[in-house]
Design a protein around this ligand. Structure first.
Ligand code: 16G
Length: 245
């Protein structure tokens, strides 16, 4: 933000003019991904509009995923994402995939607990009568960039203490000899609803990939049923194809 006076693009309500001005500043490179926006007060003074106008423009840009708000530290231009390749032919964990790319990995926990299973969980996980479903749900990030939302269900017999999963689910399962060795994965395109868009910090309606993975132990027992939502602007899924017989 230079010291030049701000000239808002004409047309429409003032908050939309300010919104467009911020969008143009980002598109033109005057403010870059990760940059902090001036405080609401400073911006109001600089642009010579009311704080209500600034708040409205910023709220809309946050809703659209252009800006992100971090509690206590302010408003920032959403970090740029780099696309990554994800193999479709190997049974790997998120943590392993990220380590292979040399990227950091972090989770924000949305849920960890034992629940009465849904009919779907009972059938897919092959739960016995009275057995609970152990659910873990988390937002998976690299640094500040959210990449995926994952909601996993396991039987309470294999994961009686979901709160003990600290980082990698597969690493945790491996310590009990329960690492899955095979999985069926189904991928479907979907537009993001409000809740998941907010978590992934992208505009509502953005493209995403909904992935369902059912994983099996060597014994043939299902160990995990996970629904993942991957950002469409980040992932390329790659599989090697061979000529069939
Ligand atoms: C991957 C799997 C997910 C599994 C997780 C374990 C997809 C679409 N999903 O994200 O099913 O639960 O890895 O990762 O690939 P973790 O060991 O790092 O927790």
């Amino acid at each position: 933000f230079s010291d030049q006076p701000v000239i808002l693009p004409p047309g429409g309500p003032l908050y939309l003019q300010l919104k467009r001005w911020i969008e143009d500043a980002i598109a033109g490179g005057a403010i870059k991904p990760g940059d902090a926006l001036p405080s609401e007060r400073d911006l109001a003074i600089k642009v010579d509009v009311s704080r209500v106008t600034v708040r409205k423009a910023v709220a809309q840009l946050v809703h659209e995923g252009v800006l992100v708000q971090r509690h206590g530290s302010g408003t920032f231009v959403a970090p740029a994402t780099q696309r990554v390749e994800q193999s479709l032919s190997q049974l790997t964990s998120f943590t392993e995939d990220m380590a292979r790319r040399g990227m950091s990995v972090r989770a924000e926990w949305l849920d960890r607990g034992l629940y009465l299973p849904s009919p779907e969980e009972t059938v897919i996980l092959g739960l016995s009568p009275g057995e609970r479903a152990s659910r873990i749900a988390r937002l998976r990030l690299s640094g500040d960039v959210p990449l995926a939302v994952e909601r996993a269900s396991l039987s309470s017999a294999v994961l009686p203490k979901p709160e003990e999963v600290a980082d990698s689910l597969y690493k945790y399962l491996e310590t009990f000899g329960n690492r899955p060795i095979r999985a069926i994965q189904r991928i479907r395109a979907a537009n993001l609803g409000e809740d998941d868009a907010r978590l992934l910090q992208v505009p509502v309606g953005s493209a995403s990939l909904h992935i369902e993975r059912t994983s099996y132990l060597a014994s043939g027992r299902v160990i995990e049923f996970t629904r993942s939502i991957y950002r469409g602007d980040t992932y390329d899924f790659v599989a090697e194809l061979r000529l069939g017989d």
